[in-house]
Design a protein around this ligand. Structure first.
Ligand code: GLC
Length: 763
């Protein structure tokens, strides 16, 4: 072939084209990496460990192109460096676009631009064009939808929208024209004429996705700098794409079980021990199940991280253990900004050891965050992460059960941190431009390591900023939303897309963080979020209070009803996390993940599923008491009245203020826990399984819900099968105290099974 030479070395193919060189790596039959060295380091923060599996592939020289073929993918490589990827049946997945881009004509002269800017309009255009700019432009089909991208505003299907990858702290109401939020996850899932694929661009520099906004003929990814380094991911279903992507970047690990409980928070509570204790007492007094109370920045001494104020707290250990006795775990916030204060130990030590990021002239870089002038730990360095992890011991020793990492985009109140501030990329010197998007990732990783080392439990970290792969270390919340109906609406696509992007453990601030909530909005929010993995009510300082009792009745009773529903189903969520830790499939998911061939669900923004069995259709409109619900193929059972519906249809359901429309796929078994105020540390002695429909099968996982002993086999796996004639309960694995009794609830009866010699016998 003219103008194209190649060399195969193991699973790499080195390609030499006219004026261009790049390499392809076959990682698995379904994952191919395309890489071009543009002179930057090749260190990946998203992908850790060896991911290349020995894979057979063929190379064939055709007349005008080279063909690389695995059992699942076909890659055509052309002498002009264009690359087209097909599935094994030659269905197009990702094809290079051959023509020139046609940027949007914004019909604006320079003078007009200045005029618009004078009033504050944003007409800045392309912010990425630097001397190291590059772009990757792909063909767009008429029938092509986009999902994923981590944490973005707007709707489920990202087609026709454009987004940036640059972690940003902007607390203004984040609506669909916001192109960037706190996290950057440059992973795109596509459905091209019904054929799924994934594209992951592993570049931490500022980058941009245009998903058919500029043109209906192409979509593109562009970056301000870095290597050309992307992965094309195949698989026969969207589920498989997610599984493959999380094979690369990691799965959310099995969490501690109590982290799935309800969590109460508000910026301002923690100014004093008394105020926090009052909240705890009220939660119990009003019979509101709850597992966690969060302490926001006010518990610290002058916002100095790893300190505790003394004026309004007696002994923090005694305080935390008091809350623990009431069944609450305590989670404390930690920010990266270390107060510039010569008398403060963390600052002194960091300065002495050179742990803070620097100006190009070698002096320490200073900006402003909560404590006033503050400096930034250089989390890109292993040593600094270790130092931070060791500091977490202070909190673990006090009895804190989890750490909430905030402001780690990193936020800076005194203007943006300049691109050239010196950060480290492991042992090499790098710039803020390169390390910005992984700053939160590295902080979360340090926190994870600290919690693991000192608590020996499964770390519970919540981070605001993240990059692809952060899910291995931390759960996330979506940052500063507002008490607005549009933000309740956005919660569904936002959490669903996060779930598709590896972040299975995610949540929004229930009730809304900024602005003042209303009783109706708070009620609909607790209903809509009842299955969101991270389940926390949080509000900003100065906003109207929004604890469940603030609005009196009926808000309080409805709120309680949904907290109790959550706790009844906590084992279902835990079972889903057990599976997720193996296959990466999210807990809360869009219908399109389960029914990718159903055109009705490609753009469905106001329903979601929990695993494969529950379909949730919350009311997200003010004043609405009825809504349309689309049910996909199969039969569905209304959770509240047991009515059965045939799917592939839209129904109207009544949804008065106390009702969350909820449907169960027919022939589902659900584990059902007894009522509880919080998740207990002791093993449960019984559980109930409820059958919806005529028959079903279910696998249930049980362990101590806290430490890593499950990795040594200390867990139970139950297999429940209910047929027309019989019920079988088998143990697939057991090395943890077993339930003494298992109840099975059928339409007309409840059957008890008792444990006898490691077998369950019907009574
Ligand atoms: C940031 C966080 C918010 C927190 C506040 C004070 O705005 O996003 O959750 O309450 O800082 O720490």
């Amino acid at each position: 072939m003219q103008n194209l030479n190649y060399k195969v070395d193991g699973q790499k193919v080195f390609v030499n084209c006219t004026n261009n060189k790049f390499e392809l790596t076959v990682l698995t039959p379904e994952i191919i990496r395309i890489f071009q060295d543009r002179g930057f380091s090749q260190n990946s923060y998203a992908i850790e460990g060896k991911k290349i599996q020995t894979t057979d592939f063929e190379i064939r020289e055709n007349e005008d192109h080279l063909e690389l073929k695995t059992s699942e993918l076909i890659v055509d490589i052309f002498p002009d460096s264009k690359i087209d990827v097909y599935d094994k049946d030659k269905n197009p997945l990702v094809l290079d676009y051959r023509k020139k881009r046609t940027p949007l004509d914004r019909q604006m002269s320079q003078d007009q631009k200045r005029l618009a800017e004078a009033e504050g309009h944003d007409v800045s255009g392309n912010l990425l064009k630097t001397d190291r700019y590059f772009e990757v432009v792909k063909k767009l089909a008429n029938d092509e939808q986009f999902y994923g991208l981590g944490d973005k505003t707007g709707f489920l299907n990202k087609r026709h929208y454009a987004y940036d990858n640059w972690n940003t702290d902007n607390p203004a109401p984040q609506v669909e024209n916001f192109t960037r939020l706190y996290k950057s996850v440059p992973f795109l899932l596509g459905l091209k004429n019904g054929h799924p694929y994934g594209l992951f661009f592993d570049d931490t520099y500022k980058s941009h996705f245009d998903l058919g906004k500029e043109s209906d003929n192409y979509y593109f990814y562009s970056a301000s700098s870095g290597n050309l380094d992307y992965y094309v991911i195949g698989g026969d279903s969207l589920k498989k794409i997610v599984e493959n992507y999380t094979y690369l970047t990691g799965k959310t690990p099995l969490p501690q079980k109590w982290t799935l409980g309800y969590q109460q928070s508000r910026w301002g509570y923690s100014v004093s021990q008394e105020r926090v204790e009052r909240i705890a007492e009220k939660l119990r007094e009003y019979d509101l199940p709850c597992d966690v109370i969060h302490l926001d920045i006010d518990y610290m001494d002058g916002y100095r991280v790893f300190t505790w104020r003394k004026d309004t707290y007696e002994d923090p250990r005694v305080f935390v253990s008091k809350l623990n006795k009431l069944g609450f775990k305590v989670v404390t916030i930690i920010d990266p900004g270390v107060k510039k204060d010569d008398k403060y130990g963390i600052y002194q030590e960091g300065v002495k050891k050179g742990y803070f990021v620097q100006n190009p002239d070698g002096t320490i870089y200073v900006n402003r965050v909560w404590p006033g002038d503050a400096v930034y730990p250089d989390f890109g360095r292993k040593q600094v992460r270790k130092w931070w992890a060791d500091n977490c011991k202070y909190l673990v020793d006090i009895g804190v059960s989890g750490i909430w990492d905030d402001m780690n985009e990193p936020a800076s109140f005194n203007g943006d941190i300049p691109d050239d501030i010196v950060f480290s990329d492991e042992e090499k010197k790098a710039t803020h431009a390169k390390m910005h998007n992984v700053y939160g990732h590295n902080m979360a990783k340090a926190t994870y390591e600290g919690l693991k080392k000192y608590s020996h439990k499964r770390p519970f970290v919540i981070t605001r900023a993240a990059y692809a792969g952060t899910q291995k270390y931390s759960t996330i919340w979506t940052g500063d939303n507002h008490s607005l109906w549009v933000h309740l609406q956005m919660m569904i696509p936002q959490l669903c897309n996060l779930g598709l992007s590896g972040f299975s453990f995610a949540g929004t601030d229930i009730g809304g963080f900024g602005s003042d909530t209303t009783p109706e909005l708070l009620t609909r929010w607790i209903e809509g979020a009842v299955f969101s993995p991270l389940f926390r009510n949080h509000a900003a300082l100065g906003t109207r209070s929004q604890e469940p009792w603030i609005f009196g009745e009926p808000t309080l009773s409805i709120y309680r009803k949904y907290l109790k529903l959550r706790y009844h189903l906590i084992d279902y969520l835990y079972d889903l996390f057990y599976k997720e830790s193996q296959n990466g499939l999210p807990i809360m998911r869009p219908l399109v993940l389960n029914y990718p061939q159903d055109k009705q669900v490609c753009d469905l923004n106001d329903e979601y599923m929990v695993g494969d069995a529950l379909l949730v259709a919350p009311v997200v409109e003010q004043g609405q008491t009825k809504r349309l619900v689309y049910l996909p193929e199969g039969s569905w059972i209304d959770f509240w009245d047991g009515n059965e519906y045939q799917g592939k249809t839209t129904i109207i359901v009544d949804a008065p203020i106390d009702k969350l429309p909820l449907f169960i796929k027919k022939n589902t078994i659900l584990p059902w826990n007894k009522e509880m105020t919080h998740v207990k540390d002791e093993p449960n002695s019984e559980i109930t399984f409820k059958l919806y429909g005529d028959n079903g099968s279910y696998q249930h996982y049980q362990d101590d819900g806290t430490d890593f002993s499950y990795e040594d086999g200390k867990y139970n796996l139950y297999d429940i099968n209910i047929g027309a004639e019989s019920i079988d309960i088998n143990l697939l694995h057991h090395d943890y105290p077993l339930y003494k009794n298992i109840y099975v609830e059928l339409a007309n009866k409840k059957v008890r099974f008792a444990l006898e010699h490691n077998k369950y016998v019907e009574k």
